[in-house]
Design a binder for this molecule. Structure first.
Ligand code: ADP
Length: 340
């Protein structure tokens, strides 16, 4: 059994935070994995994670610590999942994509383009034959939309013994090199923006899921070895109900908060059971938890990046993000190779 890798990342203060709050910061980083967080009442909270990334941390630091081990495992048919969690504006998309996945800014590029390049580097150095397929979906108001084919706007989640949990009918694009993969991901991101305009919603209100399927042909065997890497840029975790939102925005907020609460409930159930006794885990309470069932419930190496603002202005949301990460740290998983 291994546990989920949980990291916290604090972005630099925004210009608004600097202007409105006099540069005051609510964290004190003690060492590579430990920090003290000062809440609004000036009380201290100690958090221990696998790694704390400070304002000066580079995108490459996050990639090397979180994603590189997952790529190496996925090539050996062990599933991996990386989640970015936090309030809107905390740095989830910056960490996941960077400013622009096609821009090629070496320093700023995020996990997604780095995973693409790292994966193909890893495959090129192997003598085995692999195929890589990509899918990209968005979960909004409990519907799973295919971002490679917007006509598929309500994909169903199914499960069988061979594939585990899968999205029935989802578009899978075969990609031969990093350029082709990045171009497809870029099209998916553009489709996401089109959908957002059509539905009048902000990307922060939906979960975006990137799925890489890596299949290895085993010569002399009729079986395939399959590893998956799932990257999830979660919707903003802030409590929108509190902000006085009304109508559609409030409905949206409730649904998002419901799926993130469902994620919290699954984490609670996974970490609070009596040892040796089967515990009911409510994966079916939301599309998000159902898609993440393998990642959370066992067969995946999983990493969670808790993104936070360092400003006292956002102290209560950051504290709730860090507490979410601290709970997730107690989940145990048992990743193993997949043959089908
Ligand atoms: P989220 O996806 O959580 O809503 P974003 O990733 O869009 O938040 O980040 C909000 C803003 O902060 C963006 O302008 C982004 O460029 C900036 N930002 C976030 N993280 C960092 C970072 N580590 N370094 C520099 N700028 C960052």
């Amino acid at each position: 059994m291994s546990s989920i890798t949980v990291c916290a990342r604090f972005r630099p203060l925004s210009s608004k935070e600097k202007r409105d709050h006099n540069d005051s910061i609510c964290i004190h980083i003690l060492d590579a994995g430990t920090l003290i967080f000062k809440d609004e009442k000036e009380e201290d909270h100690l958090f221990c994670f696998d790694r704390v990334f400070c304002q000066e941390s580079e995108q490459s630091d996050v990639y090397e610590f979180l994603a590189l081990p997952i790529i190496q495992d996925a090539v050996n048919a062990i599933n991996g999942t990386i989640l970015t969690y936090g309030q809107t504006g905390a740095g989830k998309t910056y960490s996941m994509e960077g400013p622009n996945i096609l821009e090629g800014n070496e320093k700023k590029k995020g996990l997604l383009p780095r995973v693409v390049e790292g994966l193909f580097d890893c495959l090129r150095s192997s003598e085995k034959v692999y195929t890589v397929k990509l899918s990209m979906v968005e979960i909004y108001m409990e519907k799973v939309r295919d971002l490679f084919d917007l006509s598929k706007d309500n994909l169903q989640i199914k499960e069988d013994k061979i594939q585990g949990i899968y999205l029935s009918g989802v578009t899978e694009v075969s990609v031969l090199d990093p350029e082709e993969a990045l171009q497809n991901l870029c099209n998916g991101i553009a489709n996401r923006a089109v959908g957002e305009t059509q539905m009048n919603m902000a990307s922060s209100r939906s979960h975006c899921v990137y799925i890489f399927t890596i299949q290895q042909e085993c010569t002399g065997e009729r079986r395939l070895k399959t590893g998956k890497i799932i990257l999830v840029d979660l919707a903003g975790s802030e409590k929108v109900e509190k902000t006085g939102a009304e109508g559609k925005v409030l409905e949206e907020a409730k649904t998002i908060n419901k799926s993130l609460s469902a994620l919290g409930n699954v984490i609670n159930a996974l970490t609070s059971g009596t040892p040796g006794k089967a515990n009911h885990i409510p994966y079916r309470d939301s599309k998000l938890t159902r898609i993440l069932q393998d990642a959370l419930g066992g067969n995946s190496r999983t990493a969670l990046l808790c993104c936070c603002s360092p400003s006292t202005l956002n102290a209560s949301e950051s504290l709730s993000t860090l507490r979410f990460g601290a709970r997730a740290k107690h989940i145990k998983t048992s990743p193993r190779a997949n043959y089908n």
